[in-house]
Write a protein that binds this ligand. Structure first.
Ligand code: AKG
Length: 293
């Protein structure tokens, strides 16, 4: 297996950090998200899973062990847990953390903002054929091709549990056409089966940052009973544009309860709520016209 290069040694050298991102199409940073906050989110999500009967009876909550049949993202059985996650203030707050923000400003060389839509993935074991297929985020995210995606485990994710894998340097091939496929997002790009994927033994607090055209996918969960929890969010520079739908919560297309009015009603007074409305001049455009910056 190929492991990501860790870039913590470049955090105080913005020029070198930008150069590595441009060359490799990704940056892997250990221990940059606040662990206590990430652990709190994990505990809450696993609590929601337990309430819905997804966890093994009698198992320790934080082990995240399941014997439940795999649930498809978006399905009726999955929605109650996901609605609770999206209504959790801490889940939306973690991407706004100072250290993360500062690194993004170094990468964009201008003020940045996190796109409001934040995504959680709950990957069941024994369900690898429905895992996230190889794709480029720009297909879904649109807007500026400079937008950066961030994927973080919510708990330790050793390679046997999977996590995100990517094709180093794949951003240089430009935009690839996607076709329908199973799994989150419902689309995939074809990749040469001989290409070598890069991956990590992720630990809580780590973040994988990658470019909008970098091909990535979920690595298989080889366990038979471990739920894999992760969060993904995106940043862009304030001079760049985003697709207007990314101002909305994930799964807003299902309607209630996936609207901000419902999700943030208990934390409307917190700085996390609608922070983007307090930023100057966010540039948005419809998805259809999302062709580059
Ligand atoms: O965690 C996953 O299954 C997919 C995440 C992903 O594709 C992303 O963060 O862009």
């Amino acid at each position: 297996m190929n492991y990501f290069t860790e870039s913590n040694d470049l955090l105080d050298q913005p020029g070198a950090l930008r150069k590595r991102l441009k060359e490799d199409g990704y940056l892997f940073i250990r221990d940059i998200l606040p662990k206590e906050e990430a652990l709190f989110i994990r505990r809450c999500i696993l609590g929601f899973c337990r309430e819905e009967g997804w966890l093994q009876e009698g198992s320790a909550l934080m082990d995240g062990l399941t014997d439940h049949e795999p649930l498809v993202e978006g399905s009726k059985g999955w929605r109650p847990v996901y609605a609770k996650i999206q209504a959790l203030e801490a889940f939306h707050r973690i991407k706004l953390h100072d250290q993360m923000h500062r690194m993004m400003e170094d990468l964009f060389e201008e003020p940045v903002f996190a796109l409001p839509m934040t995504i959680a993935r709950i990957a069941f074991p024994n369900d690898n054929e429905r895992g996230t297929q190889p794709h480029q985020d720009w297909f879904y995210v649109g807007g500026s091709t400079e937008t950066l995606s961030c994927w973080a485990p919510l708990g330790d994710v050793p390679s046997e549990v999977g996590g995100l894998k990517l094709l180093k340097g794949s951003h240089k091939a430009g935009f690839l056409s996607a076709h329908t496929a199973p799994g989150p997002g419902g689309h995939a790009v074809d990749v040469d089966p001989d290409l070598e994927w890069f991956q990590a033994d992720y630990r809580l607090g780590d973040v994988l940052i990658f470019k909008a055209l970098t091909v990535h996918a979920a690595a298989d969960n080889h366990t038979h009973d471990v739920l894999r929890l992760s969060i993904d969010f995106r940043y862009t520079g304030q001079s760049h544009s985003i697709v207007e739908g990314w101002l909305q919560p994930h799964y807003n297309w299902l309607g209630e309860p996936f609207t901000w009015d419902t999700l943030d009603k208990d934390w409307r007074d917190s700085p996390t709520a609608r922070y983007w409305e307090r930023l100057p001049n966010i540039k948005t455009k419809p998805y259809e016209q999302a062709v580059g910056r």
